[in-house]
Write a protein that binds this ligand. Structure first.
Ligand SMILES: *Cc1c(COP(=O)(O)O)cnc(C)c1O
Length: 450
C-alpha cells in the first residue's frame, strides 16, 4: 500500500509505509558501518546502524530501500518533519543568496526575526531579548554565563537525572555518569545537585518534593551564592520524568524571592513537542531564561537563549556570540519551522499524537505489568519498564524491546538514568495510521521479549 506523505506534513513525497526489503541492517548499511568503524571515532556511537538515504512525513528510508517508521525524530529535532516543504524552500533560497557573514561582523535580518519570534513565543509578556547559538549545550552554557553576569554570583544548581549536554560545563550539569561523563573530568566547579520530583519513584507531592529540593539548596549552597537553577520542565534523557504538579512553580517562586535566575532547559520539550510552544506553560510558570534548540531549526543547527531583557543585557558587548551562532541557513530554517507549526496547527497535532500514544501505551500497561509507568505530555511520551515484583528498573527489557522494534522497522529510542525507559517522540508530520502501526510493532516486540 502506497500512501503519499499527508498534506499537513513535511518531506518529499515518500511512500508513508513500513517496508522491509532486507534484514535490518541491510548489506549496504553493513558496508557503511564497516567504513564508519575504520574512519569515525568510536566514541560516537549509533542506536541503530541503518544509514539514511531520505526521510519525510513519518518515515526514514535507508540505503538498502527499507522504509522505517520514525518514532524518534532524530531526538526530538524534526518536529515539523524531515525536509518540511517550507524549511526546504527557505533554506534553498538562503543558500543561494548568502551562507555566512557572521552576525557579529555584518548582521542580517533572519537572526533578528528569529529573536523577535522567540521573544513573542516564550512564556511571559515582559520585555525580552534572545541570543542565538548552534547547539543545546551551547545555549545552556550561555544561559549560565548570563545568569552569573546578572547576579554576580557563581553557583548553579541542577537536578538528579538532568541532562544538559556534553561540553565541560554541561557535563557538570548532567547527572548521569555513563556514557556522558565517565573519564572526561575534571568538571566545571560550582555546580550542585538537588533532588528532583519523580512521582513514580518518590511518591511525593509537588510541594513536598520542592520543599526537599529547596532545603538541599539552602543548606548545601546558600541563596547568597547561587546564580541560577537549571531544570528541564520534563526531563528528556533522564527518563521523561514529569515532576508532580506544583514542583516547578514552587521552585520559580523561591528563585524569584532569592535573586536566583530560573533557567528552563526546554531544548527537548520546547517548540510544540508537548502540545504547547513550551512545556513551562503546562504549569503556568514563567522562567527568567529559556533555552531552545532541537525542534527550533527544523533539522538545522540552531539554538537560543531567550529571557528577561534586564538579565539578558547584563552580559557586556562581545561577551556572547560565536562564529556560527544564528547562521543564515539555520535562521531561515527556524523561521520556516515556526511558521509551519502555526500554519499547520501542530500544537494541536502534538496533543492528538499524545492522546494516541498514551491510550495505546496505557492499554499495554494494563496487559503487561512490566510497564510500570506511562508518562509525558503531548508528543513526548515514555514507558518505564520494571520487574513487576519489585519495581526495580529493567534495562535489559528496554534494550530487548527496542532491538525487536528496530529489527521490525521501527525507530524507537531508550533513555533514563537506569536505561529502562522507552521514549516516543514522533515527528508531528506522522500519519495516525503509521503511528498506530509503529505501536502495533512495539506491542508485538513486548510479546516476543519475555
Ligand atoms: C539534547 C539536549 C541538550 C543538548 O543539546 P545538544 O544540541 O546536543 O548540545 C541539552 N538539554 C536537553 C534537555 C537536551 O535534551
Amino acid at each position: 500500500m502506497f500512501l503519499l506523505t499527508p498534506a499537513v506534513s513535511g518531506g518529499p513525497a515518500l511512500a508513508q509505509e513500513r517496508r522491509l526489503v532486507t534484514e535490518i541492517p541491510g548489506p549496504r548499511s553493513r558496508e557503511l558501518a564497516e567504513r564508519q568503524r575504520a574512519a569515525v571515532a568510536h566514541g560516537v556511537s549509533t542506536t541503530m546502524p541503518v544509514y539514511a538515504a531520505a526521510a519525510g512525513g513519518g518515515v526514514v528510508v535507508d540505503v538498502d530501500g527499507n522504509s522505517l517508521i520514525d518514532l524518534g525524530s532524530g531526538i526530538a529535532v524534526t518536529t515539523v518533519g524531515n525536509s518540511a516543504p517550507k524549511v526546504v524552500e527557505a533554506v534553498t533560497a538562503q543558500v543561494a543568496s548568502f551562507t555566512h557573514t557572521c552576525f557579529m561582523i555584518t548582521p542580517y535580518e533572519g537572526y533578528v526575526a528569529v529573536a523577535e519570534r522567540l521573544n513573542a513565543l516564550t512564556p511571559g509578556d515582559h520585555e525580552k531579548r534572545t541570543a542565538l547559538f548552534n547547539s543545546g549545550a551551547e545555549a545552556v552554557e550561555n544561559a549560565v554565563k548570563i545568569a552569573r553576569a546578572y547576579t554576580k554570583k557563581n553557583a548553579v544548581v541542577a537536578f538528579d537525572h538532568a541532562y544538559h549536554g556534553r561540553t565541560n560545563l554541561t557535563m557538570a550539569l548532567t547527572a548521569k555518569n555513563q556514557p556522558y561523563k565517565s573519564g572526561f573530568g575534571p568538571f566545571a566547579p560550582e555546580v550542585y545537585r538537588a533532588p528532583l520530583s519523580y512521582p513514580y519513584r518518590d511518591g511525593l507531592s509537588g510541594a513536598e518534593a520542592a520543599k526537599r529540593a529547596i532545603s538541599v539548596i539552602e543548606k548545601q549552597v546558600g541563596a547568597e551564592n547561587l546564580a541560577a537553577i537549571v531544570i528541564e520542565p520534563i526531563q528528556g534523557e533522564g527518563g521523561f520524568i514529569v515532576p508532580a504538579e506544583g514542583f516547578l512553580p514552587a521552585l520559580v517562586e523561591w528563585a524569584r524571592a532569592n535573586d536566583v535566575v530560573f533557567i528552563a532547559d526546554e531544548v527537548q520539550t520546547g517548540i510544540a513537542r508537548t502540545g504547547a510552544w513550551y512545556a513551562s506553560e503546562h504549569e503556568g510558570i514563567v522562567p527568567d531564561l529559556v533555552a531552545s534548540a532541537k525542534g527550533v531549526g527544523g533539522g538545522l543547527p540552531l539554538s537560543a537563549v531567550t529571557g528577561r531583557a534586564e538579565i539578558m543585557d547584563a552580559a557586556h558587548a562581545g561577551g556572547l556570540g560565536g562564529t556560527y551562532g544564528g547562521n543564515p541557513l539555520a535562521t531561515a530554517a527556524g523561521l520556516a519551522t515556526l511558521e509551519t507549526i502555526e500554519q499547520e496547527g501542530l500544537l494541536e497535532r502534538a496533543r492528538e499524537i499524545g492522546e494516541l500514544l498514551t491510550s495505546r501505551l496505557g492499554a499495554l500497561q494494563q496487559s503487561d505489568p512490566r510497564v510500570g509507568d506511562v508518562r509525558g505530555r503531548g508528543a513526548m511520551v515514555a514507558v518505564e519498564l520494571v520487574d513487576p515484583a519489585t519495581q526495580e528498573p529493567d534495562a535489559a527489557l528496554a534494550k530487548g524491546v527496542a532491538a525487536a522494534a528496530h529489527a521490525a522497522g521501527v525507530i524507537v529510542l531508550t533513555c533514563g538514568t537506569y536505561g529502562n525507559v522507552l521514549r516516543f517522540l514522533p515527528p508531528l508530520s506522522i500519519s495516525d495510521e503509521l503511528l498506530a502501526e509503529g505501536l502495533d510493532v512495539l506491542a508485538h516486540a513486548f510479546e516476543v521479549t519475555r
